[in-house]
Design a protein around this ligand. Sequence first.
Ligand code: MEV
Length: 320
Amino acid sequence: MVKASAPGKLMLFGEHIAVYGKPCIVTAVNHRMSVSIEKRNDEKIIVNAPEVHVKNYKISVNELNNQYPKEVSFVLTAVKNFFDKYNCRSGLDIETHSEFSSKFGFGSSSAVTVSTLKALSELFDISMSNNELFNISYKTVMDVQKVSSGFDVASAIFGGTIFFAKKGEIIEKMNIKETPLIVGYTGVKADTPTLIKKVSGMLEREPKKINAVFNKIENIVIEAKDNIKNSNWAGVGQFMNENQQYLKMLDVSSPELDKLISASNKGGAYGSKLSGAGGGDCMIALASEDKSSLVSEAIKKAGGIIIPVETNVEGVRIER
Ligand code: MEV
């Protein structure tokens, strides 16, 4: 039996523009997703995924055809892509385990995809560089989801905090210390593909205006990168506020997010913004140590749920 695990992620800067190849900054968080895989002596693939209520889902190797229930689609598409690329086949027992709920928007799909492929490479003794793992994982996510910049796949593989651009052509590890980040969950599930479509619709209707917003966000990402590297959290917070204003122009914030963000800033945060596709999921705030509990209280009072996270954690690994 082989077990691999990969971290969830939080987007710090650059959501939505990343879909168009522009840069973003993402940090890996200490909520992990793991996948255990064992070979079987027959041709059956049996998946157990308790966190999404999948119990003994059975399919034969011959039936791997990219049409699966959505709860098992990332795992089985990963298996099919792996078998096709490396010319192998076997029955498998697969079990997934998540330390976080898929509703937070921490990237459970990419973490499960990366963990599955890492475990398969170990099980079939196929050596894969991180870049090869990125390519097959990103292909898998695109096969299922059709749209994605791949930043969440890169974060699950490389961990730490990365500057990501051109859909993975540029992946730069940023050497930073733990970020003083506070995460507030809105209680509302975001629908990433719908929000991506909304922004692409706006881009089609008003290309000049939306491209100008994209360029402003791109400049923020680049400036924020230096401030993060230098742990200038007051500066980073300022850029978070600016990024949030431009995300509002893209109409991807929500009343719940706005409420938590405004409460957090009034509570003394350096800055706050939504993280991820928007429409719900989580907001993030940066606060100095002495303001941290005031900011958390303010977010809670505004209806948010604080999710404790450690940032900048290790990427995919085999669990021994
Ligand atoms: C979603 O977490 C972030 C988006 O930029 C989508 C992506 O980059 O794949 C909206």
